[in-house]
Design a protein. Structure first.
Lengths: 544, 147
């Protein structure tokens, strides 16, 4: 089993990217996920929590029981550890608690208090922990160092459940990856304590080698400045807040810290990914809470793919190399599709000589030759197919299926006649229409806006043509031009081609067999019909 | 070839041998005209069907215009009747029963062209793009709810 632990707001946004990729059929068969964030009302977390809820509903309709390797949409099954409550959030501090209370400051003697003052300012000690650590990783690190205390505490069911699940997981190969920013508060303070906890969590000795632990460390990719004219912000708020001008310094400190761990042979990571961008995107300033909901960024996408890379290629071996062996091992040439143990990897947009800003293209995505059975080209195809299915459904098929003339003259839509003419198959109303409405809502309100944000906040992204879904519903004229760049000429020929392809698939091919839920059959039909068109388009637009 | 019209007896005022020569001359023309009309109808149907595109939901519900190609049967019939009339006058030198004969040829040509063209269009699936595969035979399709 693969486990993803997301720390802080950046971690939540990476989880958002992971969910969207799983929807497109790119994820592992099963994925356990939870979030560590002291800020219960964090806007990014709330958004991700809702997304996960919607995804699970869609998985039940469209993906349950499907082999994820086949690239079926919504095939990844999420394990959220506890049966109730959806995506679980855990905080190392109580909501609204002063930081000094976390340290039991009042009960310390004079000498101990003086030591505390060496590490923390008075402001930090008085800081209320209701919106996270506000860019103060020292606070988070202190709070998270208490992590081992929670695994057997009955009032922290999440850690109890996780510990039990982990014990069960390590009888086979299992992977855990922690994602967070190293320049903020929660992420920076969580990565190493969690990994250390995993390494000392009392797992059976003979199974411990089955557990591979990785981390995705996000380095600065956005910046903000406090709005000094905002009457809602006090001077104290601004002083306590995270300051983006300190992000590079914080990242450097983090890098030096992790380098120190390597140098002192205290390196607990089987792999560590460093991901960022050389151009910082401006985001709205927020102290935390509901307003902390930065738009999606391509770094989230890269981080999500890095997680999949680790899940798919983690360096599982029968014998763990000792530190010197590890160095020798990493120096040895290895096949391109295997991951050397205990290494750091980095990715981001390629440096383009002479260009003002670097841009992100398909070849910049962190994918080894194979990931869950697919390579870079296949990833591009699957994402393109998902995109085409989304645009075609929202702009054409959903309207067609809701047209009152269709039930009266179904023979006008041959794919409908071929596959959906039984009473229980009716896609135009009832439960099946409700299922398709959920799919439409996901594509319209969550998936395409996510891509729109990735493109809008950073126009250097050269993956898809965002002009295709800048309107509601998406622009059918660009159904054949979903890949970057936006071409000068557009037409509706691809609409006709896809309609014909759906008929051909419905009449000739298996894979959309009866016996499945009609809505699922429809989605598979749409995907199967899109694939040959995607293949034709991609042959004319190679990724490299 | 006159055997094609063997059932067509000579009018009383026309010599039987002249009538038979006329039928022998007209029959191949008739067969060629019918065959050409059918070929033209099917070709025109295919051409129009291939030109059709579904670009919007409205396109799915619009009338299926390639079936208009079947009207070419009427054009072939008129041509066949005109040729029959001209040959009738040239070879038999009489107007007796000419109108009846040309009208019969017109109806016969229409009937034969349609009775062959329509099944060809419906049954030869390669003539119709997959998007419209049930449209040629839509009069045979069940109306009402899909289930």
């Amino acid at each position: 089993m693969d486990t993803l632990i997301c720390a802080g707001g950046s971690g939540s946004r990476v989880l958002e990217a992971v969910v969207h990729l799983c929807a497109a059929g790119l994820g592992p068969p099963k994925l356990r996920a939870f979030v560590i964030d002291p800020d219960a009302t964090n806007g990014s977390l709330e958004k991700t929590r809702l997304l996960v809820e919607h995804y699970r509903a869609l998985h039940d309709i469209f993906g349950r029981g499907q082999p994820a390797e086949a690239g079926d949409f919504f095939a990844t099954e999420f394990d959220l550890l506890l049966p109730e409550g959806g995506l679980q959030r855990w905080s190392p501090v109580k909501d609204g608690q002063e930081f000094s209370k976390v340290l039991n400051y009042e009960t310390l003697n004079k000498d101990q208090k003086e030591i505390v003052h060496l590490f923390f300012t008075q402001n930090e000690l008085e800081m209320k922990m209701n919106v996270g650590f506000r860019g103060h990783p020292a606070l988070g690190a202190a709070a998270l160092s208490l992590l081992p205390l929670f695994q057997n505490t009955a009032d922290v069911p999440l850690w109890n459940a996780f510990h039990a699940a982990l014990k069960n997981d390590v009888t086979k190969k299992s992977n855990v990856i922690v994602v967070g920013s190293v320049f903020g508060g929660t992420g920076a303070s969580a990565i190493h304590p969690i990994v250390r906890y995993l390494r000392s969590s009392g797992l059976p000795e003979n199974n411990a080698a089955n557990l591979k632990v990785g981390a995705v460390a996000l380095v600065p990719y956005f910046q903000f400045v406090p709005d000094l004219n905002n009457p809602g912000l006090t001077k104290k708020d601004i002083e306590e807040a995270a300051h983006s001008e300190q992000f590079p310094l914080a990242s450097r400190s983090a890098a030096e810290y992790y380098e120190h761990l390597r140098a002192t042979e205290d390196w607990d990571f089987d792999a560590m990914y460093w991901i960022g961008d050389d151009y910082l995107t401006d985001v709205k300033y927020s102290l935390g809470g509901k307003t902390q909901a930065n738009p999606a960024h391509f770094v989230d996408l890269l981080a999500a793919l890095a997680c999949f890379d680790f899940f798919s290629n983690a360096p599982h071996t029968d014998v763990q190399p000792k530190s010197q062996d590890a160095a020798d091992e990493s120096a040895r040439p290895r096949p391109a599709d295997t991951m050397a143990p205990k290494q750091c990897w980095y990715c981001g947009p390629e440096v383009a000589q002479g260009a003002k800003q670097n841009s992100l293209a398909w070849e910049d995505l962190p994918i080894r030759s194979k990931m869950f059975g697919y390579d870079r080209e296949e990833l591009r195809k699957r994402l393109h197919t998902f995109q085409m299915a989304a645009v075609a459904h929202l702009s054409f098929n959903a309207r067609l299926l809701s047209d009152k003339r269709l039930p009266e003259r179904p023979y006008l839509v041959p794919w409908y006649v071929e596959r959906f003419t039984k009473e229980t198959d009716n896609l135009c109303g009832g439960e099946n229409a409700a299922h398709l409405q959920k799919l439409s809502d996901y594509w319209q309100k969550e998936y395409l806006p996510w891509w729109q944000q990735i493109n809008a906040t950073n126009p250097r992204v050269q993956l898809f043509n965002s002009a295709a879904w800048g309107t509601t519903p998406p622009d059918l004229m660009r159904l054949g031009n979903l890949l970057y760049p936006d071409e000068a000429h557009h037409d509706l020929e691809t609409v006709d081609e896809l309609f014909a392809s759906m008929v051909s698939v419905a009449r000739n091919e298996g894979g959309v067999a009866d016996g499945q839920k009609p809505a699922r059959r429809y989605l598979r039909l749409l995907a199967s019909a899109s694939r040959p068109i995607v293949k034709r388009i991609q042959e004319t637009k190679p990724s490299e | 070839m006159g055997i094609v019209f063997a059932w067509f007896s000579a009018p009383e005022s026309v010599d039987v041998e002249a009538w038979n020569r006329f039928l022998d001359s007209y029959a191949p023309v008739f067969v060629i005209l019918v065959a050409l009309t059918i070929a033209l109808t099917v070709t025109q149907y295919r051409h129009q069907a291939l030109k059709l595109r579904i670009h919007s939901v409205e396109d799915v519900f619009r009338p299926y215009t390639p079936m208009n190609a079947l009207w070419l049967g009427l054009v072939g019939a008129v041509l066949s009747a005109v040729v029959a009339g001209v040959m009738y006058w040239n070879m038999l030198q009489t107007m007796d029963s000419m109108l009846g004969f040309t009208l019969t040829m017109l109806l016969l040509t229409v009937f034969i062209c349609e009775i062959i063209s329509y099944p060809v269009v419906v049954k030869v699936t390669k003539l119709t793009p997959p998007q419209y595969c049930y449209r040629p035979g839509q009069v045979l399709q069940k109306k009402g709810p899909a289930r």
